[in-house]
Structures are given as C-alpha cells and as structure tokens.
Design a protein around this ligand. Structure first.
Ligand SMILES: [Fe+2]
Ligand SMILES: [Fe+2]
Length: 233
C-alpha cells in the first residue's frame, strides 16, 4: 500500500472508524465484526480472515478524495475479496437499507390527508428500487459470473469488463429527485421529525450508492482489466 495513503495496516481499527464512521458499513460488508479492542487493521483482518490490502484499498478510496485517486489504485487488491465485498453491499442495499427507508417513508407520510402525493411518492420509490435491483442483479449474475470464470482461467470471447464499464450508470440520481420532491412539495406538518429522519436516511443512502459505484468503476474494473490482460498475454 502506498505510504501516502490515509490509513495504514498498523493503524488501530477503532481509530479508522472514529475518523470516518461510514467505514463501519464498509467493515460489515467485508464480514468484519466489532469488538476488536486495540488491535491494528492488519491484526483484525488476519484474525477474521479478510484480505488486508483489499480492505485498505477500499477504506482509503472511501476515506480520501476519490477524484484524486491515482491510476494504480487497487493494484494490490484481491478481486475475489473485492467481489465478495460488492456482493455484500448489494445485499445490504436490496434486503436491508432500501426496505428500511420504505418503512420509514410509510411511517412519516400522512396517508390519510394527502393521498395523492403519498401515492405518487411511494410509486416513485418502488420504481426506483426496481431499477436498483435490476442494476445489482445484473452485476451479481452477469458480471460476477464472468469474473469468476476469469479467475479460473476461462475468459469469455463475447464479453469484457470494458463493456460493463461503458454501460455502468449512476443509480443515485433518482434518489436525489425523490429527496427534492419531499423537500419542495410535501405539505408541511406540525411535526417533521419522522420526515427529517427519513430524509437523513435518503441523503446517506445516496452518498453510499455513489461511493459503491465509484468503487466499482475505480477499483473493481481496473483490477479485472489487469486479469484480462494477464490472460491474453
Ligand atoms: Fe454494484
Ligand atoms: Fe454498479
């Protein structure tokens, strides 16, 4: 790992989390559990069977200014570890976070009074979740299956990671729209605590999805492309 990066293998794992709490979610996607006392990043990863260099590459990518990340980013990552991480993130979004936001939306919106707006908001949200599901299932099924083949030395003549990268679109834009509908048009109520809480969740989810896609574009795609080049030569 490049010395100039923010987080190192010898840092205490607890310091990383206190420095940037969004790394908490990243940890659980790597399958790391809490309760590691004063252990370093390397010690925690080794004890829990996680590839430390891949963990650090993602932590640094998320923790640093992503646009300043250099071309050689993720040169040391394990594609298997990164793919498992991405799969766990998909499960988190589809099976936990997006359904939780929907439940909170239902709770926050006044279904008795402004039926029309509430119906439209929920419909918009459900359509959005369907779109995210399509995006992530395509990655789980088509892309990861292709990469697993590559890892076993079986390239596929009809597909490459550049094809995926060229069609890989941002999925958080519509969430921004939903947020704007709620902020600009939802009729004002006496107590907005629930609505504010769900808006916070949507802001977080938007950021989390953007960073997920950036990890795919900037760490995963280049790492897979290196394997493709290796197999060709
Ligand atoms: Fe993804
Ligand atoms: Fe994606």
């Amino acid at each position: 790992m490049n010395e100039q990066h923010k987080y190192r293998a010898t840092d205490k794992m607890s310091d990383l989390i206190c420095d940037n709490y969004s790394l908490l979610m990243m940890m659980s996607r790597f399958g790391l559990s809490l309760g590691f006392g004063d252990k370093t990043v390397r010690e925690v990863c080794e004890a829990q069977g996680v590839d430390c260099r891949t963990f650090l590459a993602v932590a640094n990518f998320i923790g640093e200014e992503q646009c300043s990340y250099d071309e050689t980013a993720g040169e040391e990552v394990s594609v298997t570890a990164l793919m498992n991480y991405l799969k766990q993130a998909h499960t988190y979004f589809l099976d936990f976070n997006l359904p939780a936001i929907r439940r909170k939306l239902l709770e926050a919106l006044d279904c008795s009074e402004s039926e029309g707006v509430v119906f439209l908001i929920l419909k918009f949200y459900d359509e959005y979740v369907k779109e995210v599901r399509r995006h992530m299932e395509y990655e789980n099924q088509a892309v990861f299956t292709y990469v697993e083949g590559l890892l076993q030395g079986r390239p596929d003549d009809g597909y490459d990671i550049a094809t995926f990268a060229s069609k890989h679109n941002q999925i958080e834009a519509k969430l921004k729209e939903l947020k704007n509908i709620l902020i600009k048009y939802y009729p004002e109520k006496e107590n907005n605590h629930l609505l504010n809480a769900v808006l916070f969740d949507i802001f977080n989810c938007e950021q989390d999805l953007a960073s997920h896609c950036a990890v795919e574009d900037n760490l995963f795609v280049p790492a897979v492309a290196r394997i493709e080049r290796g197999l060709k030569s």
